[in-house]
Design a binder for this molecule. Structure first.
Ligand SMILES: Cc1cc2nc3c(=O)[nH]c(=O)nc-3n(C[C@H](O)[C@H](O)[C@H](O)COP(=O)(O)OP(=O)(O)OC[C@H]3O[C@@H](n4cnc5c(N)ncnc54)[C@H](O)[C@@H]3O)c2cc1C
Length: 447
């Protein structure tokens, strides 16, 4: 099936958007694809979430680069749907719109005084260490002083935050982080990071690979508390990954005393529920209800300079697009067709990735999701007359006075970052300076 006049917009330029574009290209429709992204650069959480000390994972972006370079794909960076233009505007210019704008809002951990200055949601914290242009600059100061940090959560994002706070300056030297982020993280040499997980060590959602990595930290001793494991029989854990994790965590608990030659400590506690952050004369304490598998409970207090909450993400609603507030996603039917309150498909509207499924799975999970959505889109083409009575997209942007960053801008940023990074043996140094990131290519060339 060839549809050279077919025009498709994709909202977002994260992995799911790029996998969707790739699937459309592979289908050989000859369609023109516009990728509309609020930031001037692509890759979403692959750039601003996946840990910058995990270069292999981040290198997935290189594979998706071909999509951005394809002549049938145009990148429109710096355009936020919902503010610069509406969902209705998009629908008036394209035969189909695929919403792939991710889940960028954090979920609350639900304890008292969670809004304290030293308490940062993981969404903000990851943005900060990944050099996101909208990162909160006050985090620099908090991290520079953070000798006692607590991370709340039991998934990989919580592990990322704990690991990054526990790395030595030498280990961070070749990461992709901006220079000033590395400087802030390395400012205090001795630090204790306590990870607090609400459920038991047999219920943690870490991946085994990330857990094993903790044992390789060069200047950090990692341990757990034997009491958190009491009475749990590994043989009765049905899920094999959970069983493996349990054994790994338990092995950490029998190491006994922390080695004295490590300047950082990471302690993983289970059955721990934060209750409140309280201010004291000298700083802050976190009150925690600690329970063990045998059912006994106690209140404990942790002195804290930094609390990172990593308890999940949710999507934001866009005006003119159905939204399931309870789940924080755009509701879809089986194949990713957006559905309205009556459960009926909204013509020409599809959703994929985190905004469709919620924050679950690995980057690759978005590929299967996008493939399914594109298959539905192609199925729906049927007797439609693509391109009929559509407004001209670029003309509309010009009429509205909207300027955008195209792919050449990203490629210049990419080149500058790689040049800067290679000088210190890193893949890149992420440009976190808004002034530089948002400069037009011509001016950027002169930097
Ligand atoms: C901290 C963290 C670490 C992670 N680490 C790993 C890992 O190590 N390995 C792994 O496999 N997975 C990891 N993941 C999961 C992975 O990042 C996600 O599976 C994936 O990024 C989801 O892709 P997406 O395209 O749906 O959303 P996103 O990656 O969030 O992309 C959405 C894009 O939409 C843009 N956007 C948002 N709103 C608008 C709007 N209104 N208009 C236009 N554009 C908009 C955003 O700027 C963004 O570029 C991690 C996630 C997080 C949060």
């Amino acid at each position: 099936m060839h549809h050279p006049s077919l025009r498709i917009a994709i909202v977002g330029a994260g992995p799911s958007a790029l996998y969707a574009a790739e699937a459309i290209l592979k289908a050989g429709l000859g369609a023109k694809i516009a990728i509309v992204e609020r930031l001037p650069v692509p890759f979403g959480l692959l750039r601003y979430g996946v840990a910058p000390d995990h270069p292999n994972m981040r290198a997935l972006g290189d594979k998706l680069e071909d999509v951005i370079r394809d002549p049938d794909v145009a990148f429109f960076g710096g355009i936020e749907v919902g503010s610069a233009l509406s969902v209705a505007d998009l629908r008036s210019c394209f035969d189909a719109v695929i919403f792939a704008y991710g889940a960028s809002l954090h979920r609350s951990a639900g304890f008292e005084n969670e809004g304290a200055r030293i308490c940062i949601p993981s969404s903000e914290f990851a943005r900060w260490y990944c050099g996101h242009p909208d990162a909160d600059p006050s985090i620099f100061d908090i991290v520079r002083r953070a000798r006692d940090a607590v991370v709340v959560g039991a998934g990989n994002v919580a592990l990322d935050a704990s690991r990054i706070l526990s790395r030595s300056a030498d280990e961070l030297a070749t990461s992709e982080m901006p220079d000033r982020v590395r400087e802030a993280l390395g400012h205090v040499r001795t630090r204790q990071v306590t990870l607090l997980a609400r459920r038991g060590p047999h219920q943690a959602r870490f991946t085994t690979k990330e857990l094993r990595e903790l044992g390789e930290l060069s200047d950090c001793a990692v341990m757990t508390d034997a009491g958190d494991f009491a009475g749990i029989d590994a043989a009765r854990i049905e899920d094999r990954a959970a069983q493996r994790n349990f054994e790994l965590l338990k092995a950490l608990s029998v190491q006994g005393e922390l080695p004295a030659n490590r300047r950082k400590k990471m302690i993983l506690r289970f059955g721990a529920r934060p209750v409140a952050i309280a201010e004291t004369a000298g700083g802050h304490i976190l009150r925690v209800r600690q329970s063990d598998p045998m059912g006994s409970e106690a209140m404990t207090e942790h002195p804290v300079d930094l609390v990172v909450t990593a308890v999940g993400y949710r999507g934001a609603a866009l005006e003119g697009l159905p939204f399931a507030t309870d789940r924080g996603v755009v509701p879809t039917g089986e194949a990713g067709r957006v559905t309205d309150e009556q459960g009926l498909a909204v013509p020409g509207c599809y959703a994929t990735g985190w905004i469709r499924r919620g924050p679950s799975g690995v980057v690759g999970s978005n590929k299967a999701c996008a493939g399914q959505v594109v298959a539905a889109l192609i199925e729906d083409l049927g007797a439609a007359r693509p391109g009929a009575a559509l407004r001209d997209w670029e003309e509309m942007l010009h009429e509205r006075g909207l300027r955008w960053f195209d792919a050449s801008h990203w490629h210049r940023v990419d080149q500058l970052e790689r040049e800067d990074g290679s000088a210190r043996g890193a893949v890149r140094t992420i440009i976190d300076d808004r002034q530089v990131l948002y400069r037009r290519p011509r001016i950027l060339n002169e930097a």
